[in-house]
Design a protein around this ligand. Structure first.
Ligand code: HXC
Length: 525
């Protein structure tokens, strides 16, 4: 070998060695001590999380060598590779996704100019490729030393979250602290999964709250997984641990199209389309005041074992989630008679409306099980704005152009009947069970208003009230008046629900529906 060839080989080897060293350095994150500290808290590192979530061997990292360019407050002394966030793309169950994972071992995962540029770049890539964007959040928030640069970085991310809304699914997994403005990127995404014990979300932490309002509260009570999944409704899922959070992401992705131009994904058929569960015929109790579990209807009608409930702990008087019907991914909305008789209140209005809009944006047919005595009465509800919150449900269903199917199982009273995907707001097919009562209100309430004087004047007011209520029930508390007017398309045996829904869904597969041209509507909020 000549000298020049030898030196070029040496030179090349040096270059390869340099790259390997760079790679190793990037993989170190904040160094062994900080990685150990992360593990001691029961938390995985940013890269370990990505590897656990994505299909084996699929992760492709980008921008591993980016470093910040700030000099204030000691930042000039350290330039960790990757700047506290790992970004890239990979696959989940063979489907492409883009991902970022904040690295708490580097400057507390704090978010500055360059971390923001990395996240924005991968979000732009997700939009161009038309694939879901997944964010793994574990950060001390805006990097304090970077001042307005870090605020700018957040702003750019919020802007992209907003533009991506309704174009690609966006999923946020909370795996550590999330304070201040940092909560707004997750809040702008479609689904938030909080991990019990290690994740928090709040605008302002306990210390500031104590100073400003005098309230004393710990971080878990203020912004832990249960606070947000059960009380505020900010989080859609509360997972027991990181592994369960990742499993939830993988399951969720399996129902969603990659973008708004794709149909909702169909799976291989796992259940008999003609399966008719006879227990459905006796699910609704004869006495209309006795509750039953709507989840049993959902489990029996959809492909077995496919129901993935969303917002399980929040506004439990309503149920929303994804399921498969003859392999087709669909959105399911229902009232839950077991909780507050399935009445519609402020929180359940928000829960339902948001879910309906998500499904419509991503071409997922909507199947509604309606059983509600009406909107929740009371000063708190009125002053809390039940009017504007309840209006969201009717707005969301009315503008939804995906195939819409409804089953009225029992109470279809008044406004609740109209807004829950009735024929009157252009639902494609409405079925009623024989137990359905479609009327302005229930019999007892109706006779008290209509026949107050007659009841008071009767020799036996209680007997007269009961007689009139029965008369009202015989006339109105059934599905046949609505069916006689074409407001329900058919009255069906409950056990027939599955094949009837499958047939209707098949018919509507290529449904074409157009809304009037507009920039956007002004949804009640
Ligand atoms: C810079 C930060 C940081 C931040 C943490 N660190 N948060 N560095 N900017 N925001 C650093 C710490 O100085 C520390 O560095 C390392 O990360 C680990 O942090 P610890 O405090 O040791 O960890 P821990 O005890 O687990 O507490 C984590 C924490 C706490 C609860 C997140 O660090 C914290 O309260 N951080 C500040 C949270 C916050 O107020 N963020 C700003 C929110 S306002 P060393 O080198 O000492 O180990 C905001 C505005 C955004 O985000 C607005 C957008 C519109």
């Amino acid at each position: 070998m000549t000298d020049s060839v030898e030196s070029s080989v040496d030179g090349r080897e040096a270059l390869l060695k340099q790259l390997r060293e760079y790679r190793e350095k990037a993989l170190e994150g904040g160094g062994k001590d900080r990685v150990d500290a992360q593990h001691a808290k029961g938390k995985l590192t940013a890269r370990e999380r990505i590897l656990q979530l994505l299909d084996e061997g699929s992760f492709q990292e980008v921008d591993a060598y980016m470093v910040h360019r700030q000099t204030d407050f000691g930042l000039d002394k350290s330039h960790p590779l990757g700047d506290g966030v790992v970004t890239g793309y990979g696959k989940i169950n063979g489907r492409r996704v883009c991902i970022y994972s904040q690295d708490f071992t580097v400057l507390g995962g704090s978010f500055g100019e360059v971390a923001g540029q990395k996240v924005c770049k991968i979000m732009d890539l997700a939009m161009q490729a038309g694939v879901p964007m997944i964010g793994l959040n574990d950060s001390g928030g805006a990097r304090i030393q970077e001042g307005v640069h870090s605020l700018s970085a957040y702003g750019e991310v919020f802007y992209r979250n907003t533009l991506a809304s309704g174009v690609i699914p966006q999923i946020s997994v909370m795996l550590g602290p999330c304070a201040g403005g940092a909560v707004y990127s997750p809040a702008l995404t479609d689904f938030i999964i909080m991990t019990k014990g290690i994740s928090n979300m709040f605008i302002t932490g306990p210390e500031v709250i104590k100073t400003v309002t005098g309230e004393q509260v710990d971080t878990e009570t203020l912004g832990g997984a249960m606070a947000h999944s059960a009380t505020s409704g900010v989080a859609h899922f509360a997972a027991e641990n990181e592994a369960e959070s990742f499993e939830t992401v993988r399951r969720l992705i399996s129902y969603l199209p990659s973008n708004n131009a794709e149909p909702a994904p169909a799976a291989s058929l796992s259940d008999d389309p003609w399966r008719m569960d006879p227990t459905l015929d006796t699910l609704v109790p004869a006495d209309p005041s006795v509750p039953y579990d709507m989840r049993m209807a959902i489990e029996a009608v959809f492909d077995l074992g496919t129901f993935l409930e969303v917002h399980t702990n929040f506004a439990q008087n309503a149920i929303v989630g994804f399921a498969r019907l003859h392999g087709q991914a669909v959105g399911v909305v229902a009232q839950q008679p077991l909780v507050m008789s399935g009445v519609i209140d402020i929180d359940s209005s928000d829960k339902i409306a948001r879910f309906v809009r998500f499904c419509d944006a991503f071409n997922m047919p909507l199947i509604t099980f309606s059983d509600s005595p009406g909107f929740m009465p009371g000063v708190n509800q009125e002053h809390g704005g039940i009017i504007r919150h309840g209006a969201k449900i009717v707005y969301a269903y009315s503008e939804a152009t995906v195939p819409k199917l409804t089953v009225v199982t029992r109470k279809g009273y008044g406004g609740a009947y109209i807004v829950m995907s009735s024929k009157h707001i252009h639902t494609d097919q409405v079925f009623a069970w024989p137990t359905a009562e479609i009327a302005v209100m229930g019999a007892d309430g109706a006779v008290n208003i209509l026949f107050r004087k007659e009841i008071a004047a009767a020799a036996d007011p209680a007997a007269e009230r009961a007689r009139l209520a029965q008369e009202f029930r015989d006339k109105f508390s059934n599905p046949y008046r609505a069916a006689a007017n074409g407001y329900v398309d058919d009255v069906i045996l409950p056990s027939e629900t599955r094949p009837r829904l499958i047939a209707a869904l098949e018919l509507l597969r290529d449904k074409q529906a157009k809304l009037p041209a507009k920039k956007h509507g002004s949804m009640p909020l």
